[in-house]
Design a protein around this ligand. Sequence first.
Ligand SMILES: [Zn+2]
Length: 199
Amino acid sequence: MTDTGAPRPHGTTVAWTVDDGTNAESIRLFVAETGVRVTLFPCGSYPGWAEHAALWRPLVASGQAQVGNHTWSHREFTDLTDDEIIEELTLSEEFFLKHYGLSTKPYFRPPNGSRDDRTDAAAARAGFTVQAMWSSLLVEGPTRTAEELIASADVAFHPGGIVIGHLNLDVMQDALPALLGAITTAGLRSVTIRDVFAA
Ligand SMILES: [Zn+2]
């Protein structure tokens, strides 16, 4: 059965998820700065994940970081055949199992949230049955400033939230310490997607 990924209330926790990873320096810095529990939804084809695998591997081993499946190359599922969906998920699963040391199953996030019943069924055939959608987004984009990104944290990091940020832009590097501080200031405990769905 496929879980719809609807956020569930957890009074004092927040699940920060970071997606994609087109910016290798953001991937590197996030490890150095973060003490929070975090879930990655990376695309295996972006070179920064291979480049910085050794940094992330201990965090994955300790359970501080979880790796979910966001496909190999970020193609939208509704544009793909069943076999292509399975290939996209399987390529990333094999990459992160090999380089990060843990399976991504059964957690996945379809690129851009693009999905329907057919794509859910195809993903399930590849072993991915828990869709980790989200409840809020940090404000990011090529024209956004670090101040705008930081300001969005007060709303985005809410109790019980599943929050999306991306490791795609330099602005994340500048905002990172303040974003981490915002979780603490809000009195929230960070959890991974595994924690959310296991609870
Ligand atoms: Zn994405």
